[in-house]
Structures are given as structure tokens and as C-alpha cells.
Design a protein around this ligand. Structure first.
Ligand code: HEM
Length: 213
């Protein structure tokens, strides 16, 4: 538990730094990737010092994202394993969206929506990284055929669209569920928030007297 009796620790400083490096790299990748994707978005290359610089920097930011997200993956994957209560939770969208979670099973550290975001981003970032390597001609041009590069370009673009959409849902949910953002800014949440949204997790925290992961 946190030293403040009204709050519960949710993230260590390390976890938060890890999360924000991931967030900043994904935003920079989306901006530089869109700049390279379509001529109408080429103006975005100004943010990165021009077309050539954008082309050179984009894959390196991808490497930062891959390393950073791998850290997040190993930190959080156990807590994101699917449980029976997640199926019940997600089958009752009406109650969840109306903030009427009473009557639904008590939820651990993450709800089904958060878990889907986690696994969705895990798969998409893996695919983005692998397809990105195939397209990184400066270093890997000789290792793959033209057809493999063509396929990778399609996979890369589709996965990027998916990752951006999931990111939008993730940020919307973090703002919409009042009291969530502070988990990643201050590292703590209120007991009221935990009782309302993650009661099973709160009970565990109270029992164990810890709150960090
Ligand atoms: C500006 C952008 C972002 C904001 C405002 C944001 C906000 C948050 C907040 C508030 C939490 C804590 C939720 C909770 O503990 O219940 C969180 C958790 C998390 N975020 Fe973000 N986030 C952003 C970008 C990203 C990106 C780009 C990724 C991955 C590609 C990401 C992946 C995660 C993961 C994996 C968790 C832990 C939850 C879980 O494992 O299910 N976030 N985020």
C-alpha cells in the first residue's frame, strides 16, 4: 500500500518510465510513419528534419519501441493472462459502459479491455518489428526478395493502422475512466477507484500490503 492511506501504489517509477518511453516512441513512429506512407502527409517530415532524415530515423525509433515494449511485456504479461471473469466482464458491455460494474465479477489488476489492448499491441508490435526489418534496406536489403518486401510493406502498414487504433482506444479509456491517468503519472490510484474498477486487485493489495509491479 502507499504511505498515504487513501491511495494504493499501482506502478513503480521504473514501470512508468518504461511506459512513457513506449508511448513517446509509438507517437513518433506514427508521425514519421504517416509522413512516409502517403504524399499528402509528407509535410510531417518537417518534424524530423526532412524526408531523408525521417527515413533514417523511423526504423531506429522502431528499435527503441521494440526494446521498450519488450520490457513492458515481461513486466505485465502474467497480469494480462485471460481469466474466466474477463469473459463475463466483456460480455456485459452495457453495464461496463454505464459504470454499473456491481453485479459483475470482481476484477484483478486489469480488466478484459485492458488485456485485449495489451495482447493486441504485443502481436502488432512484433509484426511491425519483423516486417520493418525486411523493409530496412540500408542494412538488410540483400537478405530478402522483392516479393517478401512487398508483402512486408502491406503487413507493416496494416499493423500500423491497427496499433494506432488500439492506441486511440487506450488513451480514450485512460481519460474516460476518471482517476486512471494518475496511475501512470503519479504511480498511485485512490482506494475508491480501485474498489470500483479493480476490487479483486485491491483486496490482494490489502492482504499483501504491496502495490507495486
Ligand atoms: C499518450 C499515450 C498514452 C497514455 C495517456 C497512456 C495511459 C496509460 C495509463 C493511465 C495506464 C494505467 C492504466 C491502469 O493501470 O489501469 C496505462 C497502462 C498501460 N499502457 Fe498506456 N498510455 C499511453 C500510451 C501507450 C502505448 C503507446 C502503449 C503500447 C504500445 C501503452 C501500453 C500500456 C500498457 C501495456 C499498460 C499496462 C496495462 C496492461 O498491461 O494492460 N500505452 N497507460
Amino acid at each position: 500500500m502507499s504511505s498515504d492511506t487513501n491511495t494504493v501504489s499501482r506502478y513503480t517509477t521504473g514501470a512508468r518510465i518504461n511506459h512513457w518511453i513506449t508511448a513517446v516512441s509509438l507517437i513518433l513512429l506514427a508521425l514519421s510513419g504517416m509522413a512516409l506512407f502517403h504524399p499528402s502527409l509528407f509535410f510531417l517530415t518537417h518534424l524530423f528534419g526532412g524526408g531523408q532524415a525521417t527515413r533514417a530515423i523511423h526504423p531506429w525509433i522502431g528499435v527503441v519501441l521494440a526494446i521498450s515494449f519488450t520490457g513492458m511485456f515481461f513486466r505485465f504479461f502474467k497480469l494480462n493472462l485471460w481469466k474466466r471473469e474477463d469473459t463475463v466482464w466483456i460480455m456485459n458491455p452495457g453495464k461496463v459502459l454505464n459504470g454499473d460494474e456491481e453485479g459483475l465479477p470482481e476484477i484483478g489488476k486489469y480488466n478484459a479491455g485492458q488485456k485485449l489492448v495489451f495482447w493486441g499491441q504485443s502481436i502488432l508490435i512484433l509484426l511491425l518489428f519483423c516486417s520493418g526489418l525486411v523493409l530496412w534496406d540500408v542494412y538488410f536489403e540483400a537478405y530478402t526478395s522483392i516479393d517478401q518486401k512487398r508483402l512486408s510493406a502491406v503487413v507493416h502498414a496494416l499493423c500500423a493502422i491497427g496499433a494506432i487504433l488500439i492506441w486511440i482506444v487506450h488513451v480514450y479509456a485512460a481519460i474516460w475512466v476518471k482517476g486512471t491517468l494518475r496511475a501512470m503519472t503519479r504511480g498511485t490510484v485512490t482506494r475508491g477507484w480501485s474498489w470500483k474498477h479493480h476490487r479483486k486487485w485491491l483486496r490482494q493489495e490489502v492482504r499483501q500490503g504491496t502495490g507495486k509491479s
